[in-house]
Design a protein around this ligand. Sequence first.
Ligand code: SF4
Ligand code: SF4
Length: 335
Amino acid sequence: MKKSPEDCLHCGKCIVSCPSYRLFLNENFSPRGRNLLFSRNFDSIALDFCLFCENCKEVCPQGLSFPEFYLRKVLKEKGYPWPYLSDSLTLLYFHPEGKKLYKKFSPESIKFFKKGDFYIYLSCGLKHLYPQALFNFLEKIKAFGFKAHIPMDQDCCGIIHVTLKARETLKKFAIKKLGYFEEKKPVVTFCATCYWMLKRVYPLLFEGEKEEEEFISLSERTYFVSDFMIEYLNIEPSFKKNKAILYHLPCHLKNDLTFQKRTLKKLLENVSETCCGSAKLTLWVRGFQKEYSKFWKRDLFGKSFIATACTGCYLNFSLQIRRPPEIKHWIELIE
Ligand code: SF4
Ligand code: SF4
């Protein structure tokens, strides 16, 4: 049975887990407050300050996820007709520091295999922020005799269009993924947010529509790269261990979608679970991430590297800290 905000017991167990409550210390900015606002149909700016981290779901005795209620409503509305932005990272060109981060991806640098044991989702982050993660992964699996199928001309997961409430544009992104990943093979992602989009958001977007089954199937065969190595390929990745490296666990990898949380502690040293504050565009405009950064900056003392596994977290860290520490993707640090 579908859950609803009215199922909230008002126990308050979720409150301290919520990053936006942590900053504002205002009940409207907590999951409990948002559920109440939502169940009474009150509009509030506090609803837009939800980071979609789903930390609330993890601790709630009822398993309530505020993003699920919010997205269900927002994704059903027609929304705004935003243009189709096939590579969301091109927005970095409007940021003075962002321009320096954007790596031009040259298709010649990898072979676009037309056949393979599984698909790789070539997301904006993988192409333009941390392509070395892909090269390392391909080298690693080659040594074990596996081959990846990498369809050409892949585009963004469309996350920005969730924030912009652009339902019809978002649907175009989702439908394209059914085309890239047509055969019923696993799909491997290197970004926690893309992973959440394929796993959770696309099925919600098409709930009750004729494509729903296909998106549920896509969701079921989508893996995060390190889970995939362990669960599917039986390769246990060996990550560099060093006191100067801080591994950051993105929110969308620490909930019930993956088993990262269980396995990670044994694979890594120095793991931070602090939310990065999200890369939600609407919050950048309001200066939220800058204010929130005090909660994770304190973990960086004495570190030479911070390694994360999400395009949004990577961007947040990159745009808000002076080097060192350098920012990496986990898979750039496998040995
Ligand atoms: S998803 Fe995160 S930010 Fe949103 S209500 Fe839940 S804990 Fe708070
Ligand atoms: S933990 Fe769940 S039931 Fe308790 S207040 Fe939060 S949303 Fe409501």
